[in-house]
Design a protein around this ligand. Sequence first.
Ligand code: SAM
Length: 248
Amino acid sequence: MPLDALRQLYATLPRLRGMGLLGQTPGIEHEVILPFASYAPWRSDAAFKSMWTTIKDYTLVDNYRAYELWDLAGQACRLSGDVIEVGVWRGGTAILLASRAAAAGKRLYACDTFEGVVKADAVDPHYSGGEHADTSLGFFVAFLRKQQIKNCTIAQGVFPDETGWHLVGNRFCFAHIDVDVYRTAKECFAFIWDRLVVGGIVVFDDYGFSTCEGVTLAVNELRDGLADGVILHNLNGHAVIIKIGVAG
Ligand SMILES: C[S@@+](CC[C@H](N)C(=O)[O-])C[C@H]1O[C@@H](n2cnc3c(N)ncnc32)[C@H](O)[C@@H]1O
């Protein structure tokens, strides 16, 4: 597209800002969000750029969320404990997290059914179960091998019901919960939060997407009762929760 046409298009974007969008859950409002700030550190971080080139065809997250995972996991890996992801699909964000964990001498625990989403409820109108089954354990293992990742433990099955027992004694410094629906989001958080070290970080994907209002609901419900964590709403589709103490 010619530069002038691009400039004109860019100039029209502010007119969209604040325009209301339809959601389906009462109390969860949506609008076109266009932040005014433009700082873009992902453009100059050579290691991240190389990682993004490796994973972009294997992930459903965009470069904004991938960069936030890269940045926060890197910081959290200064603490004790390992890294966990629930919701691996084809392995894009898992490879990114495994690489951050490896640099700090830690493991990544990668949890997925590899048969798609489970436990969709009435609060997840866009899901009925089985979405994202277009992957397999073998596909993910091949990707790990190709990238020469050796610090990843795979837990195949419904988390935490079928695979949590492997991890009851573990401690985590960073968790990525990318499971699309309400009930699983809540159950994953409950399991992981008890095992998260102080200062550790949980990142929920799906927060704020009109197609994943169940996850937004699950995180918003945490706001009422979480005495030992702070919850940050990032406009990119992440909710970030930092553990600030031990609930007494
Ligand atoms: C959106 S995909 C994950 C995307 C991935 N993080 C990426 O890089 O794009 C969601 C995944 O969550 C998995 N999943 C959902 N609920 C689960 C559960 N309770 N236990 C294990 N896996 C689950 C699905 O099988 C699916 O692969």
